[in-house]
Design a protein around this ligand. Sequence first.
Ligand code: ASP
Ligand code: MG
Length: 419
Amino acid sequence: MPIVVQKYGGTSLADAEKIKRVAKSVMKEVEKGNSVVTVVSAMGHTTDYLIKMAHELTMTPDSREMDMLLSTGEGISIAMLAMALKSMGQDAISFNAMQVGIMTEKTHSNARIVKIHTEKIKKQLEKGRVVVVAGFQGITEDNEITTLGRGGSDTSAVAIAGALNAIRCDIYTDVEGVYTTDPRIVPKAEKLEKISYEEILELARLGANVLHPRAVETALQYNVPLRVRSTFKTDDLGTLIIGVNDMEIYKPVTGVAADTSQVRVVICDVQDKPGTAGKLFSLLADNNLSVDMIIQSYARSSNNTNDIAFTIDTGDLAKFESLKETILENLTASNIYIDENIAKVSIVGAGMIDRPGIAASMFKTLTNENINIKMISTSEIKISCLVNKEDAKKAVQALCKTFELECDTIAEVKGTLPD
Ligand code: ASP
Ligand code: MG
């Protein structure tokens, strides 16, 4: 029988009523003649609550113990859903990551999956059971519990789908699919019928908060067709995510995203000589600091120095601050500026490849809104501009107009407005 992997997020499993609704949705897929593996996140805001509990003890909890704690959230969901299914007449069995053998690297809090053993799942599917698997968690070779990073259940589901050669992986959530932008910023944002892995990967990395970026990378790697769809409207097919070559591209831009969770760092007056950038970024990498947009300026001939600017996650700022002195000394830089008032606004679209004038339209749109651009970076299918935080919303709204990313209806909006 063809295998379908489904994933349900925390909001879809927030209470007993919702779990019953999920069970019905699982059974609907079984009725279609498919073998179903259901991957679940922790109920409601359980993970946030567990983190808060740990922080009441210490602000720097031990990472192994933190994984032990957080993995319990998904442990509750699997048992609850399997119970619900059985009580409704559908045979089911729950497994945690250790029982399945979801093998990860030996890193806590942000581990990558390296292998998934499928025998146990397959055996249960052959018995006609729905297999309910805990998302977000993994296990190392020496039986240590790991987690995959916040939102990691998406990645668990896609990786399981890849390992089982599933025909599809459906990510059920509380929104109806992937939108051209955040409907909380642009109420008439359009729901996309299809989007390519490449585009959604950029959007996910740019803070669009649709899917865990590693889930999309995994889907691309194993060529798993992915759907993002609503738990509450199971007849709606949501958004299909497929390879860029299977897309018909009409518009140059598919989506707009704004990320307000970065800060800009400028290292001033570093020597313009071989090895400078290597030294700086090796130091950051050795300290596990990820860097995003990087710009090195033109060398000023008078003193043969230039400036290097880049962005990092706000959450890494404290770590960066602790390296400031070392950087100043090692690079004989004159100063380090940190700018917290930034938002990264990006347009993404496979259709911008080989189409001139898209960057110009973006910059013109921002000019018309009197928005200053602080930094620019581009890739084949993306253009990002750093702007002041307070301009982010206005920028997204204007860009959606310019690139025709709105429809006539107002999207159903969940959640609160981002900063
Ligand atoms: N429960 C985890 C979290 O809240 C994993 C997930 O929801 O995907 O981040
Ligand atoms: Mg999630």
